[in-house]
Write a protein that binds this ligand. Structure first.
Ligand SMILES: [Zn+2]
Length: 248
C-alpha cells in the first residue's frame, strides 16, 4: 500500500463529540460511528449509515484509527435506503460482527428485498426526479433488516431517539443522540457549501418536506451532522431555525 495515503485516511476521520465520529467515506459522503459507552468500545459501537457498497473497508480502517474494534459494531442505523447510505449495510450484516441493521419502515422493503419505491408523483419531485428515480439502483439487500418507527428509542449511545423525517425518501429517519447533543440528519438536510434542504433532485415528497424541517428545528441539540458535507458545530439550532422560517 502507498504509505503517502496514510494522512489522507486520518483526515477523513473526525471526532465531533464524546464517542461520536464522522467518517467521510468518500468525497462529501459521511457515515458516523458512535461508541455506546461514550469513549471506548466496551459496550459496543453503533454505525449510522454505511456509505456506498465500496465503503466497508474504509469504515473498518477508520474505526481502527479511532483505536476501536470494528467487530464491536452491534447496530447499524440507516437514515434511508439510497445506496450512498445503505450501500455497505449488507457487508456489515454478513461480517463476524453480525450487527442488527435498522431502517425506517417506509424504506424497509427496498433494503430487505431490493424493491424500489413507487415513482413519486409529479408534484412531489423535480422534472428529472421521476425518470431518475427509475434509474437509482437499490442497495445490496439485507434480508434480516428491521424497521424503525417514529419516536422509537434505542438504548445505544446513551439513548437514541428515532425521528421520522420523510421527504427525501418516504421512510427517511434522523437520529437524535441527546446525551451527546448531536442530531444526525441524514439527507433531510444538506451542508454542501451551505445549509439547505435535502437534495431536491431525488426527493419523493415535497409536500411533507417542509414539515420535516420544522420538526427537526424543534429538537434540542448542539450540533448538526449530515449525510453530505461537514458538520455544523456553531449556532446549529439558530441556523436551522432560520432555514425552517424561510424554506417553502
Ligand atoms: Zn445521500
Amino acid at each position: 500500500m502507498d504509505r503517502s495515503l496514510e494522512p489522507l485516511m486520518d483526515n477523513r476521520t473526525e471526532q465531533l463529540a464524546d464517542g461520536v465520529w464522522r467518517v467521510e467515506v468518500t468525497t462529501y459522503v459521511n457515515a458516523y460511528v458512535l461508541a455506546n459507552d461514550g469513549c471506548g468500545d466496551a459496550e459496543g459501537l453503533t454505525l449510522v449509515d454505511t456509505g456506498t457498497p465500496r465503503s466497508g473497508p474504509r469504515l473498518v480502517r477508520s474505526i481502527r484509527l479511532m483505536g476501536l474494534d470494528p467487530r464491536a459494531v452491534g447496530d447499524v442505523l440507516l437514515t434511508h435506503w439510497h445506496a450512498d447510505h445503505a450501500g455497505s449495510a449488507a457487508r456489515f450484516a454478513r461480517s463476524s460482527a453480525a450487527p442488527t441493521v435498522w431502517v425506517g419502515e417506509g424504506d424497509l422493503a427496498v433494503v430487505r428485498e431490493g424493491l424500489r419505491p413507487p415513482v413519486p408523483p409529479r408534484r412531489d419531485t423535480t422534472a428529472l426526479g421521476r425518470p431518475l428515480s427509475r434509474l437509482v439502483p437499490p442497495p445490496p439487500g439485507v434480508p434480516a433488516v428491521s424497521g424503525l418507527a417514529d419516536g422509537a428509542r434505542l438504548e445505544a449511545a446513551g439513548g437514541i431517539q428515532v425521528v421520522a423525517s420523510p421527504g427525501h425518501t418516504p421512510g427517511h429517519l434522523a437520529y437524535l443522540v441527546a446525551s451527546r447533543g448531536v442530531l444526525l440528519t441524514g439527507d433531510a438536510l444538506l451542508n454542501v457549501l451551505f445549509l439547505s434542504r435535502g437534495p431536491r433532485l431525488l426527493r419523493s415528497a415535497r409536500s411533507i418536506e417542509q414539515d420535516t424541517i420544522k420538526r427537526l428545528a424543534g429538537l434540542e441539540f448542539d450540533l448538526l451532522a449530515f449525510g453530505h458535507g461537514p458538520p455544523l458545530l456553531k449556532r446549529a439550532r439558530e441556523r436551522l431555525a432560520a432555514l425552517a422560517r424561510v424554506s417553502r
